[in-house]
Write a protein of this length. Structure first.
Length: 351
């Protein structure tokens, strides 16, 4: 018996009956021999961590553009915080922690530069060329692991991880008592809730650090219910999930906690994500991506070689440009924008 087989057998002894078992994975789009040491979901986690897309997350916006202040979150630190929260919940509920971690680490691989502003900008400009298309970061994350990584070969992840990636996002929609029914397995539901727990709390923390908010701006009853410290609020939310879900084939929260989290989410959208100072920067980011998209549509030969479209149809060009821009970090997008649109100097004189 291999190490992997022993681990798979151990899962049947330790994990809850309704947890996803590694030995029961539906496999990969392209079949591969199993690893002698790692389970299928452990291999997926390792492939994600070693991917180029994962490394680029360190220079992608969470809320604040390529922050100079060292302690603001980036898309990478957000991802790690989601993974930590999701693993804590998954372990407490005796779900498959390796599957949970793999989904959490991959859930934002397709996020474009400039955070959700970049997502909205690419969605709008893509529709100009392909009216039926849309850009959603979770769908782009699946494109990254399926079609873009490893020079187009993809990572060949298991079906369970791929489905969890697509099902993680709620957008601005409220969390409900039926999140489990909207995901393909309980581990995906854990990541879905952990993502909301993470970003609500760390974005609030960053907003306070940036001087856009103070804790006193939040409704008093909300602070009294959730707690007045960053760690205390996360612990309160995590414990609610565990207490409401332990021993049950669901991942859920209490009604009071659902209401509190949805109230906090709406507060964040109204008072921080749409804050006047943030909005001003959002307009600049949108302008940059729209200009670059139009430029590359007219000059597809200037795309990176591996992103050049297979044919010259509008649809193929638009998808290629979208993939290229979505993969950029904030700093690389700004560098390319400057290179394309701003005058440069030569020997001290403007050209």
């Amino acid at each position: 018996m291999t190490v992997r087989e022993r681990l798979e057998q151990l899962e049947y002894q330790i994990l809850a009956p309704y947890a996803t078992k590694s030995a029961e994975s539906r496999g990969r789009p392209t079949p591969e021999p199993p690893d002698p040491v790692r389970t299928a979901f452990q291999r997926d986690r390792d492939r994600i961590i070693h991917s180029k897309a994962f490394r680029r997350l360190k220079h992608k916006t969470q809320v604040f553009l390529d922050p100079n202040e060292d302690h603001y979150r980036t898309r990478l630190t957000h991802t790690l915080e989601v993974a930590q929260i999701a693993r804590t919940i998954s372990r407490a509920l005796r779900l498959n922690e390796d599957l949970t971690e793999a989904v959490a680490l991959a859930h934002d691989l397709g996020h474009p530069p400039f955070g959700h502003t970049g997502e909205e900008a690419l969605d709008a400009i893509l529709r100009k060329y392909i009216p039926t298309a849309r850009f959603r970061h979770y769908e782009q994350s699946l494109r990254v692991v399926d079609c873009i990584e490893k020079d187009g070969r993809g990572l060949n992840l298991t079906h369970e991880v791929r489905e969890g990636i697509v099902g993680h996002s709620k957008g601005r929609a409220d969390l409900t008592a039926h999140e489990t029914q909207k995901t393909v397995h309980l581990e995906a539901a854990v990541v879905r809730i952990a993502d909301r727990i993470a970003y609500l709390n760390h974005d609030l923390d960053d907003g306070i650090r940036a001087g856009l908010l103070t804790l006193n701006d939040l409704p008093r009853d909300l602070i009294e219910f959730l707690g007045d410290t960053h760690s205390g609020r996360i612990a309160r939310m995590v414990m609610d999930v565990v207490e409401q879900s332990d021993g049950k084939p669901v991942v859920q929260m209490s009604e009071p906690m659902l209401q509190a989290m949805n109230q906090l989410k709406e507060f964040m959208f109204e008072n921080m994500y749409h804050h006047a100072k943030v909005q001003k920067e959002r307009e600049k980011m949108t302008h940059i991506l729209h200009q670059m998209f139009s430029y590359y549509m007219e000059n597809p030969s200037e795309l990176s070689e591996k992103f050049r479209p297979a044919d010259d149809s509008v649809e193929a060009r638009a998808q290629a440009v979208c993939d290229y821009l979505a993969g950029m970090t904030d700093r690389y997008a700004l560098y390319k924008y400057e290179q394309i649109f701003l005058p440069r100097t030569w020997g001290g004189s403007s050209l």
